[in-house]
Design a binder for this molecule. Structure first.
Ligand SMILES: Cc1cc2nc3c(=O)[nH]c(=O)nc-3n(C[C@H](O)[C@H](O)[C@H](O)COP(=O)(O)OP(=O)(O)OC[C@H]3O[C@@H](n4cnc5c(N)ncnc54)[C@H](O)[C@@H]3O)c2cc1C
Length: 311
């Protein structure tokens, strides 16, 4: 028997603590429950939204007229260097598990909140490592046929903060990794050093969805556009969106309880009872300023739910 909730306030399950009600909401902790919830959505012709940790979402104050499914299907199985991991597993638990088992390849992802499914969807990464680096296969649910299919890594179209899952109707169920052999103590040290740096940008308890805009990949920029951009801000082949936002003086600007961090212009923080409408208006303002000054259209990294595109 599925335990649906009506008009569930999504602000309770996003790291930003913003988001209106879901028409219908359910937390699933087994694949069977997920299948039953999807079958219900299909029978009732109801659109669905699958979410994990809610750490990369800006959800409209009006909420979502959908069945929102929160994925908490967790589990890790290990065979030598192979890990088979259920998509609702917390990314941090996977990172810690790999380190404890002398496996290298995920340790730099320490501190990224959310689930493995969300990380695969956006090809999450940090400090030169991405979740897709050591992937072999992704097992998904085809939401039209409700059958499982397996995608090989090269079919997942992984790219900078991108994957095919942003363009298809697959739900990520399980992921198979083949990791390198490492030494637990050294991996832990590497992860702890990263965590220390991360705490400066993301202090404990911060209400935000991570960086709001994607950085720009220099080699993908049209030559004419590149000419207009300041070259001194290029870092590892990327132009940080934060540096462009800084140049249009976004730092410290505030609308209601939403503030752009004084120390990082790509970080929008909810200082208390901020609204999605305020967040969106502030993001749109600086999206336009960057466009006017540099001719660049910044693309949000955060998923906008029930909100129009920024451009
Ligand atoms: C403090 C902080 C720091 C962060 N630092 C980083 C960082 O260093 N690097 C980085 O890349 N990101 C970072 N993020 C962003 C975020 O944590 C990652 O994008 C994370 O991987 C999202 O996972 P989630 O489970 O929370 O996804 P959610 O926010 O729940 O969902 C994000 C998207 O994924 C989709 N999705 C989720 N699960 C599934 C599934 N099983 N199948 C199909 N689609 C699914 C959802 O529909 C949604 O569109 C940070 C966020 C915060 C709050």
């Amino acid at each position: 028997m599925l335990n649906f909730e009506l008009n569930y306030p999504l602000s309770q399950i996003t790291t930003l603590q913003i988001g209106g009600p879901a028409r219908l909401f359910i937390t699933v902790s087994t694949q069977q429950d997920l299948l039953e919830a999807m079958a219900y959505a299909k029978q009732n012709n109801m659109p669905y939204l699958i979410i994990g940790g809610g750490s990369n979402l800006l959800i409209a104050d009006e909420g979502v007229n959908k069945l929102v499914i929160k994925n908490e299907i967790e589990g890790i199985t290990k065979v030598v260097r192979f890990l088979k991991v259920k998509s609702g597993t917390k990314l941090q638990n996977l990172v810690d598990y790999s380190i404890a088992n002398n496996l290298s390849g995920l340790q730099k992802l320490t501190g990224i909140p959310g689930s493995l499914g969300g990380a695969i969807f956006g090809n999450a990464g940090a400090y030169g490592q991405t979740i897709s680096d050591y992937i072999r296969e992704v097992i998904c649910l085809n939401t039209l046929s409700l059958e499982a299919i397996t995608l090989q890594k090269d079919e997942c179209e992984f790219n900078y903060r991108d994957s095919c899952f942003k363009r298809n109707n697959l739900i990520i169920l399980e992921v198979i990794f083949k990791l390198d052999i490492g030494k637990s103590k050294a991996l832990r040290k590497e992860a702890d050093e990263i965590l220390e740096k991360r705490l400066i940008k993301y202090p404990k308890g911060i209400k935000c969805p991570g960086s709001f805009f994607k950085n720009l990949i220099v080699e993908r920029l049209p030559k004419e556009l590149f000419k207009k951009l300041p070259k001194e801000i290029i870092v590892y082949g990327k132009i940080p969106a934060g540096s462009l936002l800084e140049k249009v003086e976004a730092n410290g600007d505030q609308l209601g309880d939403i503030e752009i961090a004084k120390y990082h212009a790509n970080l929008f923080i909810n200082k208390g009872s901020g609204k999605a409408s305020q967040f969106y208006a502030l993001a749109k303002k600086y999206h336009q300023k960057v466009k006017d000054r540099f001719g660049v259209t910044l693309e949000p990294e955060v998923q906008l739910i029930n909100l129009p595109p920024l451009n």
